[in-house]
Design a protein around this ligand. Structure first.
Ligand code: PA5
Length: 439
């Protein structure tokens, strides 16, 4: 699908553009191979580690048969976006209205939302999955302290084990210390695995397994994509090929806004997960050089009536990825427009809603291509645990590949860390006084 991007699109990417980059891309492949062999690519190792699934399923088993009305993830960034993406991809948007346990990801610490949540929830029937790689993030810790205190005062300290699961570093951080003290169930996040690369570890799997989603199929999909991405041939390797086109678009063609346009409500949160993966991994300063495309998410078809005008006729500084779905487990027939007054709507009658949806996606891609706006389509045959697992891995590897082509470290996030330290300073955490600089 990558090659389709260039064909006939004015201001697109020609074969010569790609060929110029191939020697560099091959070096990156060699580097990835070496790092894999040395165990430096934790996001790859994790999908091959069967113990992860076993431990996660053990935890899910522990809660089976209990009266649980709510599963609540407390976590932020890479410790939240994957779980939300999985939930939105694999269950109905109306799930929480009709099914128990309901599922919530409380990543933000907006005091109004959080207090409204506390007013609404029955703590006696709630399981909190506290996720923090570092085990020190202020947002997650503050939420944790609040709900822990409420559970203890309402149900007693002995109830903690029934209401908490912690996913964190195996050794470090406040949360790990608390696990040791309280004896609550926990799962490890391997030390080398960064938050935004962790969805296929316990970080995404524990919430998914508690909801009864098929985590084996999810990881099977990731492994299948990993196998496809072993090839050194840049054009045949989906992660390398797509990554290379995006780097060329950014560095050589001035298209540094990368739009991820999910043509499925179920994949909108996936685009959100992707936005973080790209922004935090690639937005870096190397010496005096500044790197990183700006990832933007959009929803199809909704944003045709909001963003499309800009994407087609505004500055030509974007490359757009449509994330499409070939078929859905359910579709809706549009009935004939029988009344004479509705004659102009007659062309819709007898069609399926999915047909209209696909026509709109196609028309949007055409309208963009005609205006010389490069776009690409990633098709999900259907959204299933398997295909979403494939897509997670595809973009993880693609992001690492792009990072190495840019010459940045995709695994660190010094900007995020600085703001965390400044927050600690402002909130009076000992040892962080020097970060309070602008009072
Ligand atoms: O990707 C990352 O590293 C970050 O977005 C983290 O996931 C986020 O800051 C939360 O950190 P932690 O999981 O340590 O609480």
């Amino acid at each position: 699908y990558c090659r389709a991007l260039a064909v006939g699109v004015q201001d697109g990417i020609a074969d010569e553009d790609v060929e110029r980059w191939l020697p560099e891309a091959r070096k990156v492949h060699e580097r990835i191979l070496k790092e894999r062999e040395s165990g430096l690519l934790a996001f790859w190792d994790i999908i091959e580690d069967e113990k992860v699934e076993e431990r996660v399923l053990e935890i899910a088993e522990h809660f089976k048969g209990r009266l649980v009305d709510n599963i609540v993830v407390l976590g932020i960034g890479g410790s939240a976006l994957g779980a939300q993406a999985l939930f939105d991809a694999l269950v109905s948007p109306f799930y929480n209205l009709t099914t128990r346990p309901r599922f919530f990801v409380l990543d933000n610490i907006d005091p109004l939302t959080f207090s409204q949540f506390l007013d609404m929830v029955d703590l006696g029937r709630t399981v909190f999955v506290v996720i923090s790689k570092s085990g020190t993030t202020a947002e997650t810790l503050s939420q944790f302290l609040i709900v822990k205190e409420r559970v203890v005062s309402l149900l007693g300290r002995e109830a903690l084990k029934k209401h908490f699961v912690v996913v964190t570093d195996p050794d470090k951080g406040v949360l790990r210390s608390w696990v040791r003290e309280s004896g609550v169930l926990s799962c490890d996040i391997p030390p080398g695995l960064g938050g935004r690369f962790s969805v296929l570890s316990a970080v995404g799997l524990v919430p998914a397994a508690l909801l009864g989603l098929d985590i084996r199929e999810l990881r099977e999909g990731a492994r299948a994509m990993a196998a496809l991405c072993e090839t050194a041939s840049v054009i045949e390797n989906p992660a390398y090929c797509n990554g290379l086109y995006h780097v060329i678009a950014d560095l050589d063609k001035g298209k540094n806004i990368h739009v991820y346009w999910a043509y499925s409500d179920s994949l909108y949160s996936f685009a959100d997960w992707l936005r973080q993966l790209i922004a935090e991994s690639l937005g870096k300063k190397v010496g005096e050089k500044l790197y990183g495309p700006t990832p933007v998410k959009a929803r199809g078809v909704t944003d045709q009536h909001s963003q499309l005008q800009l994407y087609r006729e505004g500055p030509n500084n974007k490359i757009i990825t449509f994330i499409g779905v070939k078929s859905w487990p359910a579709d809706v027939d549009i009935p004939p427009a029988e009344e004479e007054s509705l004659a102009d709507a007659g062309y819709l009658g007898g069609k399926k809603m999915g047909e209209l949806f696909h026509a709109e996606q196609r028309a949007t891609a055409w309208a963009l291509a005609e205006a010389g706006r490069p776009n690409i389509t990633l098709w999900f045959p259907q959204v299933t645990p398997y295909t979403i697992g494939q897509a997670f891995f595809l973009y993880e590897l693609q992001t690492v590949f792009m990072g190495y082509l840019y010459g940045v470290n995709p695994f660190d996030q010094p900007g995020v860390e600085l703001s965390k330290k400044m927050t600690y300073g402002l909130m009076g955490r000992k040892g962080f006084e020097e970060f309070v600089r602008y009072l």
